[in-house]
Design a protein around this ligand. Structure first.
Ligand SMILES: [Zn+2]
Length: 279
């Protein structure tokens, strides 16, 4: 399989610091900004194909990346959206909301339920099988690319999308063009880039499906580059007693996960709202 070497996607420096290994791939961590990234990695064409089909073809065989729907995320998204966009929801004016990487439509369903009457919600999901599954539940999720989208949105959400982006700079730049002048991005991503030890990451790394791991400060820097300012942030920890028990089961099944004592990991699942700085 064809691979390409890449440098830190934030500062362009090549790092020799090996942070983690999985599925025959190596994640390196930039000593300058802390961002962890896979190098060498599949080509962008191979990444695009894997995103559409839900599987990576690696030298070790086919690697499925079709995550299942997570019913508990409905409650989580409801709470986070209410908290992050309280003033916009309470104002009662309709909002236009675009969810990128909508998956099975979990966030789309929540947004349709809690946004003010007259709001419009659209999900975009590159994996056709997932988009079809969402449509079967009556959810407006389309299997299309960003360039086929028209209009502009009050909010664009990216739940666990960031780590999959081979070039977040150009991707976020494209999104900024779809945002209204006073629009907001709403992101969910882990702070893997804040962890000096891979052992603190409380799960598989899912390489090479995950290509980049930012941290809380590097994410701010990445958003600021796009003219976006973080105005709201919240975090969840995964190293609960339940989370640690789940890892022990995975470890027993031979999955590449670390042992973790509850409430010891600096890993956080981060939720961030970033508002466009008016120009
Ligand atoms: Zn860097």
């Amino acid at each position: 399989m064809e691979l390409e070497e890449v440098a830190c996607p934030l500062c362009g420096i090549s790092s020799d610091v090996i942070w983690g290994r999985e599925n025959g791939f190596i994640a390196r961590r930039c000593e300058d900004c802390g961002v962890a990234y896979v190098s060498p990695r599949p080509t962008v064409a191979a990444i695009d194909e894997a995103t559409r089909l839900g599987q990576h073809r690696t030298d070790a065989g086919v690697l499925k990346v079709e995550y299942r729907p997570i019913p508990s995320s409905l409650k989580l998204y409801r709470g986070k959206i209410r908290a992050a966009f309280a003033e916009r929801i309470d104002a009662g004016r309709p909002l236009s909301w675009l969810d990128i990487g909508a998956g099975y439509g979990e966030l789309v369903a929540v947004a349709m339920d809690i946004l003010p009457p007259g709001s419009s919600v659209l999900g975009v999901e590159p994996m056709e099988a997932k988009a079809r599954a969402a449509q079967a539940h009556g959810l407006p999720v389309r299997a299309c690319t960003l360039d086929s989208l028209e209009g502009s949105f009050d909010v664009i959400s990216l739940m666990n999308v960031f780590s999959h982006l081979p070039d977040f700079r150009s991707f976020l730049g494209d999104l900024a063009r779809l945002l209204k002048p006073d629009g907001s991005l709403f992101l969910r991503t882990g702070n893997g880039g804040d962890l000096s030890r891979r052992a603190d990451y409380p799960d598989k790394l899912d390489l090479p499906d995950h290509l980049v791991f930012a941290g809380r400060s590097s994410l701010r820097r990445i958003l600021e580059e796009q003219g976006l300012t973080v105005t709201w942030e919240d975090t969840e920890r995964l190293d609960t007693v339940r989370g640690a028990a789940k890892l022990m089961v995975k470890k027993a099944l031979g999955k590449p996960v670390p042992f973790l004592l509850p409430y010891t990991s600096p890993f956080r699942d981060c939720f961030v709202r970033a508002d466009r700085t008016m120009v």
